[in-house]
Write a protein that binds this ligand. Structure first.
Ligand code: SF4
Ligand code: SF4
Length: 158
């Protein structure tokens, strides 16, 4: 049995993009595997890259279609969508950010894992807010942390 709130490793493995896709440009990583009645990610995607045959079917990403626009990430009510771009020895990890103020580009923040534990200090490389106020922050981390970092906290040294 898995711990509540923790994605089983075998499930997680099936949700991660192939390196070849994430090396081209940012791609969505949707870590939503419960059969919940929600399909916001499917209908906001402008290119039909979210595969979701019914409202309760967990979403999957067509990484050949995904353009990395970030719309689904900033629209997901469950904060379950991220984006990853692999850049040689580095990776940019894009996460939703609900607090104010948004960390600014160039700021150093704490990069956190799925349990909220600090993994490293990381530089913010992108910081945007959608029209409805949802934030998206991207941090640059070592490549091996591409699928470990899933949140950030302002104030990198804390
Ligand atoms: S990042 Fe953009 S293109 Fe990719 S799945 Fe999300 S909404 Fe669609
Ligand atoms: S919008 Fe978020 S919570 Fe809803 S189905 Fe998509 S990934 Fe899951």
């Amino acid at each position: 049995m898995s711990e509540p709130g923790v994605m089983p490793e075998d499930v997680l493995g099936g949700l991660l993009p192939p390196d070849r896709a994430a090396e081209r440009h940012p791609v969505a990583v949707i870590e939503c595997h419960e059969e919940i009645p929600c399909d916001t990610c499917r209908w906001v995607c402008p290119v039909g890259a979210v595969i979701k045959p019914s409202i309760t079917t967990p979403p999957r990403v067509d990484w050949d279609r995904c353009t990395g626009c970030g719309t689904c990430l900033m629209s997901c009510p469950g904060l379950a969508i991220f984006m990853v771009r692999l850049r040689g020895e580095w990776a940019d990890v894009y996460v939703p950010y609900e607090f104010s103020p948004l960390p600014r580009r160039g700021e150093v923040v704490a990069a956190l894992d799925r349990m909220g534990e600090k993994i490293a200090e990381a530089e913010v490389v992108l910081s945007v807010r959608s029209r409805d106020g949802t934030g998206m922050v991207a941090v640059r981390v070592p490549r091996e942390a591409a699928h470990v970092v899933r949140a950030v906290r302002a104030g990198g040294s804390r």
